[in-house]
Design a protein around this ligand. Structure first.
Ligand SMILES: C[S@@+](CC[C@H](N)C(=O)[O-])C[C@H]1O[C@@H](n2cnc3c(N)ncnc32)[C@H](O)[C@@H]1O
Length: 373
């Protein structure tokens, strides 16, 4: 969540970003299009979601019957445990409830459950949510919430950005299905990449044009271009959905040109008119700087931008490794030292190409190969 003018301290602390209803609807519809019964009979847990704020809870409560859910559980994090305590107030909804407790209201989390029509109005919706205070603060890592995780079939939420690694690990250790929001760069994390490589997690359908808009109590403090005064929302580009539930976009093959066609007709000046694709100096692979420039007829290993993942179909490609962080691929052919390169640290972390006889480091690359039919 960079490129803002929030002070670094505040930026690092702000975990309060609320997801738009239409973004949730669009994403969930992609899974339903692929399998209309994907949520039928399931218990869904939203472990970072106060329905007062969370459109996740609202969406699943409003669509409880249509999706055929068995149970919806939504838990919220105690006011006092939040990194930022400003910006949220006790709602009238809570104050007016018979179970309202002034101390618990700040110290404890809350649990909201939905299983059927409690209001007796003949339909199931947000008005049928029942709530009580949790014993603890609602930390997803607490035994209390772990128990709810174990009860659930699917975990769906936008978790705190600062705890994404821990949150995904918490889901994976319990072998649950999930649909969660995260930063695209999480692909490179050593805890996340192996899941992507082994097709145990993948990107979801995605935000409109890759832009995610969130509400946050501190919206106005973000820079122009991030904060939109008209909508009151902040915009982030690098945000995506991570999931292990199947959807149609994932099975759409990319239409590609051959090596020869790319070098002749590519719209990218980096490729058009060249004799060949660059070959890495330290990996046994070619550099493909744009996803739409992946050649259809190259049999070897190709280094592609991590944003390729948004177009990745496991029937068309296999992922062999990544040139960032840990070299898990075993495809690296060379290690630089101070003797042969002054920027050896940078070069060893990534793939390197020679430009005008000087070695330069590329951005993080996924190492992929066409799948043999
Ligand atoms: C990015 S916000 C998203 C809120 C909501 N899921 C949505 O999408 O609108 C993450 C929320 O998780 C809460 N949170 C932070 N740390 C938490 C923890 N350890 N356990 C549970 N919730 C936490 C934050 O206070 C914040 O409200």
């Amino acid at each position: 969540m960079a490129n803002s003018n929030l002070t670094n301290a505040k930026n690092a602390k702000n975990d309060e970003f609320y997801t738009q209803y239409q973004d949730i609807e669009k994403e969930i519809n992609a899974y339903l299009d692929f399998n209309p019964d994907v949520f039928r009979g399931k218990t869904i847990l939203m472990p970072c979601d106060d329905p007062e704020w969370s459109n996740f809870t609202k969406f699943f409560a409003q669509n409880f019957e249509r999706l055929g859910l068995k149970k919806l559980i939504s838990t919220s994090y105690a006011q006092e445990s939040k990194k930022f305590k400003e910006g949220t107030q006790i709602s009238l909804f809570e104050k007016n409830a018979p179970q309202f407790d002034e101390v618990k209201s700040v110290k404890n989390g809350k649990i909201f459950t939905l299983t059927g029509d409690k209001s007796g109005d003949g339909k199931i919706d947000v008005n049928d949510l029942e709530w009580t205070y949790l014993q603890g603060d609602g930390d997803f890592k607490s035994p209390e919430i772990k128990k709810l995780r174990d009860e659930a079939d699917i975990i769906i939420t936008n978790p705190p950005f600062s705890l994404f690694r821990d949150f995904l690990a918490w889901i994976i250790e319990a072998s649950k299905q999930f649909v969660i929001i995260g930063n695209m760069n999480a692909i490179t994390y050593k805890e996340v990449f192996p899941l992507i490589k082994d097709n145990k997690a993948w990107l979801g359908n995605g935000f409109n044009a890759g832009n995610a808009f969130f509400a946050t109590p501190f919206a106005k403090e973000y820079a122009e271009g991030v904060y939109n005064a008209e909508t009151g929302l902040v915009k982030f580009r690098n945000v995506c959905w991570f999931t292990n539930i199947d959807h149609g976009k994932r099975h759409k093959a990319l239409a590609l040109m051959s090596v020869e066609e790319n070098l002749k007709y590519s719209k990218h000046k980096e490729l058009k008119g060249k004799d060949s694709y660059d070959i890495y100096d330290n990996y046994n692979a070619i550099e493909v700087p744009f996803t739409d420039a992946i050649p259809s007829d190259y049999d070897g290993v190709m280094g592609v931008p991590i944003s390729f993942l948004d177009k990745y179909s496991p029937e068309q490609f296999e992922i062999l490794g990544i040139t960032d962080r840990e070299n898990v691929s075993g495809l690296r052919t060379k290690l630089y030292t101070l003797e042969n390169a002054s920027n050896y640290g940078d070069l060893n972390r990534r793939a390197a190409i020679k430009v005008d006889n000087v070695l330069i480091s590329t951005y993080a690359r996924l190492l992929i190969k066409h799948k043999k039919s």
